[in-house]
Design a protein around this ligand. Structure first.
Ligand SMILES: Cc1ncc(COP(=O)(O)O)c(C=O)c1O
Length: 456
């Protein structure tokens, strides 16, 4: 339960209210309900300003892999900071960048041979979109001025990324006149991920979705530079889990129509879905791959866009041909971020990170199976270390009305009970750090069930 903040925090909160503009926030709500001070992080817990510990049930926006304050990541950061903090990456290179590329190259499909650095998930997507467009143009495919994307997709908040994200919501609709031209394809959710699946009619749904995909490419395929998708799991859409067979069909159609396939593994990468990368579960290899969030173990900003040799070759030539990829950011390949990312990758090699994630996934599955019995819970599902469900009003069986502010109020209520969750619409989910002890997950799910009993 909430306790009092130390006195210095009331002054900080006054200054925060006076000057800080928080992300994804209607700031008016902070008038009555100010942001929660966080003063520490230890393992899978965050420590709040009033001394409470809360389980980081969403890995601090899907970033944290190995827990907060991991000594190997912090050690790598300290050592690198003492050697070289930052240097521009145009015309220069450094050890941690080369080591990171070498470490990751060994874990990626062999066809991904070239790696471009940027700072966050959105910029890794911008880079992929620009690379795809420019590569097509430089092989005389100048009609390819559009992109394909999945309905419900989320690829970040810069204008290019917003252009290929879902447009039918209040966050992005207003920017419509400014955005890339994009054609969207709907794919069904995969009932086989549900804990109590109803597979009646599923084969028919899958084969008509496959047919839709072919029709989509027959209609748009010649105008698309690339198609972008979050493989198997659309996070911001409300943890929508979609079938690997359709990812395979997407690959086949991209090949048949000369369209590059961009896989955005910003969220699904680094073990979240049970394998190091989600695309391997479908046996599908992209032309461009976006990585961020867990790349540094989730503790520093960094992102990568990997490309095939074919794409890279389209930019190769004499300077005067004007074919280079003229894109970059001030902090491209920051050495400290790269060193921490190397330490995170080394953890995957030296410790049973994926085996622990599998144990966590199993504990999550068992606990979520119990939550699935709750009258407010529908469509309980799981993929790797991500478990999700829909929350309804048990009286009516319908989602809560938007005015009830279920996501915000439930988030605040859970914090008061030692758990950080942040529902997306009617989707309640857990996505904890990969090394969260299974016992903590069982406790967290018990807490969720109790809070749902309390009136939600
Ligand atoms: C799949 C996906 N792509 C891109 C992004 C954008 O990443 P960032 O917030 O680091 O810009 C996100 C963020 O949640 C994401 O989930």
């Amino acid at each position: 339960m909430a306790s009092a903040l130390p006195p210095d925090w009331s002054d900080r909160l006054r200054l925060d209210r006076a000057h800080v503009w928080h992300p994804f926030t209607q700031m008016k709500e902070h008038e009555a309900d100010p942001p929660v001070p966080v003063v520490g992080g230890e393992g899978c817990d965050l420590i709040l300003g009033d001394g409470r510990r809360v389980l980081d049930g969403i890995s601090s926006w899907w970033t944290n892999l190995h827990g907060h304050g991991h000594p190997r990541l912090l050690g790598a950061l300290e050592r690198q900071a003492a050697k070289l903090d930052h240097v521009l990456f145009a015309g220069f290179t450094h050890e941690p960048a080369v080591e990171l590329v070498t470490r990751l190259k060994a874990k990626l499909p062999a066809r991904l041979t070239r790696c471009f650095f940027s700072d966050d998930g959105s910029t890794s997507v911008e880079v992929a979109l620009k690379m795809a467009f420019q590569a097509q143009a430089q092989k005389s495919q100048t009609r390819r001025t559009r992109f394909g994307a999945l309905h419900g997709g989320y690829h970040g908040d810069t204008l290019g990324a917003v252009g290929v994200g879902e447009l039918d919501n209040f966050m992005t609709g207003i920017f419509r006149p400014l955005l890339l031209r994009c054609d969207r394809l709907a794919v069904p959710e995969d009932p086989r991920r549900e804990l109590a699946p109803d597979l009646a009619g599923w084969e028919g749904v899958l084969s008509s979705a496959r047919e839709n995909l072919r029709v989509f490419f027959a209609r748009h395929g010649e105008e698309l530079a690339a198609f972008i998708a979050e493989p198997l799991l659309q996070g911001a859409a409300g943890m929508r889990m979609w079938p690997p067979e359709l990812l395979q069909e997407l690959r086949a159609q991209c090949d048949a129509h000369g369209v590059y396939l961009i896989l955005d593994e910003v969220m699904t990468g680094f073990g979240r879905t049970g394998t190091l990368f989600a695309h391997s579960q479908a046996g599908v290899e992209p032309d461009l791959l976006c990585l961020s969030k867990g790349l540094t173990g989730g503790i520093l900003p960094l992102s990568l866009t990997w490309a095939t040799e074919e794409i890279y070759s389209r930019f190769w030539g004499d300077y005067t041909e004007g074919k280079a990829f003229l894109h970059g950011h001030s902090f491209t390949a920051n050495p400290m971020s790269c060193a921490v990312a190397c330490a995170s990758m080394a953890l995957f090699d030296d410790e049973p990170v994926l085996a622990r994630a599998a144990e966590l996934g199993q504990a999550l599955r068992e606990a979520w199976g119990r939550l699935a019995q709750h009258p407010a819970v529908r469509q309980a599902r799981q993929l790797g270390t991500v478990a999700a469900c829909r929350i309804v009003d048990p009286g009516t069986g319908q989602p809560h009305l938007p005015e009830a502010r279920f996501p915000w109020r439930f988030h605040r209520l859970a914090l008061d009970h030692g758990l950080l969750v942040r529902p997306i619409g009617d989707c309640l989910y857990l996505l904890p750090p990969l090394n969260t002890p299974p016992g903590r997950i069982r406790e967290a799910v018990t807490t969720l069930a109790e809070l749902l009993n309390g009136g939600w």
